[in-house]
Design a protein around this ligand. Structure first.
Ligand code: UDP
Length: 347
């Protein structure tokens, strides 16, 4: 499911932060997705190290998760629930996290209303739960809330207001994440709840499903199956890619220590790389040529996409001590070694 060494690496990096979770309880929505499953693996590892384990209640509606893999830990409870449905939890709760969402453009294009429901109704419902329990609340938003950024605002700071379409193929995701953020803002400023927002920037790593349809799983599946890598559009659109150990380190820091009411970019600050250049990079890392083709955006993919994306992460560095450590080449090496062993190569 993961690289075991990555889980140990994350737990090691969280020394001095993770102790705060000893004996605490957390409700984690969207826990069966790519990032949620990492959370459980990390918390299982932390529970082995903490004086008292952290109780984790994991909910997921299983819309996009195809795997039934679970992390075994006596302190974990798994429930099949929608984040937007009211939920009664016995006893205290110290943390509520909404990571429920449909983050792959392919899937949110196919499930626009479910996407909206997770970010808006799910966030509202879980904010109410956090309010009742006086728990700290963390919402997984997205770098997509910035839309297609003005080049004068690159790299993107948290204060950038974004350039987003209310009507368009990505609107169900961008706008619902924005409204989820507004809900956090209101519950913080009007109701005094401790809320934080995380804006992840293109997180990747072992554990991504082969049919996730984001760029790196697509490329890895194509390589495994001996098919050409398909670069959409001009191939000049850029992203920075954040290896999952760095991302998890950042996420847990926000949940544990985020300043009330604040949003944090979590991602890699570089390299900002075009998708065509990413293919060159993959060839270099693998040490061999791979077939590629430049294609029009497929109908299944929301073409109205950001031309550039690159975070400014100074806020998380200064306030939370977040320092990404895995270079792109190293992350790609770990990812492709894992996909080579776990992907089937069939589209
Ligand atoms: N992309 C691509 N080929 C693919 C999938 C994606 O060229 O098979 C491009 C896509 O156009 C975008 C980038 O890769 O510029 C990242 O897309 P992804 O779906 O991973 O996530 P996004 O950053 O758009 O949310």
């Amino acid at each position: 499911m993961f690289r075991a060494a990555d889980i140990v690496e994350i737990a090691d990096r969280l020394r001095g932060t993770a102790e705060i979770f000893a004996g605490k309880s957390m409700l984690f929505a969207g826990g069966r997705g790519f990032l949620g499953r990492y959370f459980q693996a990390v918390f299982a590892e932390l529970n082995r190290r903490l004086a008292k384990p952290c109780r984790l209640i994991v909910i997921d509606n299983m819309i996009t998760t195809k795997t039934d893999e679970r992390v075994e830990d006596p302190s974990f409870t798994y429930l099949t629930r929608d984040a937007a449905d009211p939920i009664a939890i016995e006893g205290s709760l110290d943390y509520v996290v909404n990571a429920a969402g449909i983050a792959s453009p392919f899937y949110y294009r196919a499930y626009p209303l479910e996407t909206l429901r997770a970010a808006v109704d799910g966030t509202r419902n879980l904010l109410e739960l956090a309010l009742a329990k006086r728990a700290r609340f963390t919402f997984f938003s997205s770098s997509e809330i910035y839309g297609d950024p003005d080049p004068r605002h690159m790299p993107i700071q948290e204060s950038y207001r974004g350039n987003v379409a209310a009507m368009g193929p990505r609107a169900c995701y961008d706008e619902s994440k924005r409204l989820g953020e507004t809900l956090c803002y209101i519950y913080h400023t009007h109701l005094g709840l401790h809320t934080n927002v995380i804006r992840p920037f293109n997180v990747y790593g072992p554990g991504m499903q082969e049919l996730d349809y984001r760029v790196l799983p697509n490329f890895a599946s194509a390589i495994k199956g001996g098919r050409a890598l398909r670069v959409y559009g001009s191939g000049r659109q850029t992203r920075t890619f954040c290896y999952v150990t760095d991302a998890l380190d950042g996420f847990v820091r926000v949940i544990a220590r985020g300043i009330a009411g604040e949003a944090y970019n979590i991602g890699a600050e570089g390299p900002e790389i075009g998708i065509a250049d990413l293919v060159d990079r993959i060839e270099r890392v693998l040490g061999r040529a791979v077939a590629r083709e430049q294609v029009e955006y497929p109908d299944s993919y929301p073409a109205d996409e950001p031309n550039r994306r690159c975070p400014d992460i100074r806020k998380a560095r200064l306030q939370l001590g977040f320092v990404p450590a895995v270079e792109l080449d190293e992350g790609l090496r770990r990812f492709f070694a894992w996909t080579d062993a776990h992907y089937r190569g069939t589209p």
